[in-house]
Design a protein around this ligand. Structure first.
Ligand SMILES: [Zn+2]
Length: 156
């Protein structure tokens, strides 16, 4: 079920996302709107908005649940490295503070784990923009100061 379907199916608010209380006309809450306790549409809409802006549309299948750590074409040391990477990614997703850097050859799961972290952040309504390393190097990175990492403004 998508978020939009959840909103449409709400039996409490009919998809409005807000309710009013049945109180007497002289009650302070008379005529006021309150978030629907059943669907909390505002929170769902915020999460939908964050998901739309996250740039994850091409990485929908890259989640923690789909990350493989027992690949037959890898040896035990390599599979153990995948398990460690998954564990670190899960930890970072739970407490996304600072930086997490994955290094490895092409096709070793770095993008998959980064997307999985991003999906987790979106699910928790954390504003997220997913950018692959080539895209980052091609756009954002050139606007960052090489020494301090701060955002550079274009010269006038
Ligand atoms: Zn509702």
């Amino acid at each position: 079920m998508t978020t939009n379907e959840a909103i449409l199916l709400c039996e409490v608010c009919g998809g409005m996302g807000v309710i009013t209380r049945a109180v007497p006309i002289d009650h302070p809450d008379f005529g006021k709107s309150f978030p629907c306790p059943n669907c909390n549409t505002a929170a769902l809409r915020r999460r939908d908005s964050i998901a739309r802006m996250s740039n994850l549309e091409h990485f929908q299948d890259k989640t923690f649940a789909t990350f493989q750590t027992e690949l037959t074409y890898l040896d035990e040391r390599q599979n153990a490295a995948l398990r460690i990477a998954l564990d670190r990614a899960l930890g970072f997703a739970q407490q996304p503070r600072g930086w997490l850097l994955f290094m490895g050859n092409t096709g070793t799961g770095k993008t998959h784990l980064a997307a999985a972290i991003a999906h987790e952040a979106v699910a928790r309504s954390i504003r997220t923009i997913f950018v692959t390393a080539p895209d980052f190097a091609g756009s954002s990175a050139r606007h960052l100061c090489a020494q301090c990492g701060s955002q550079l403004r274009p010269a006038l």
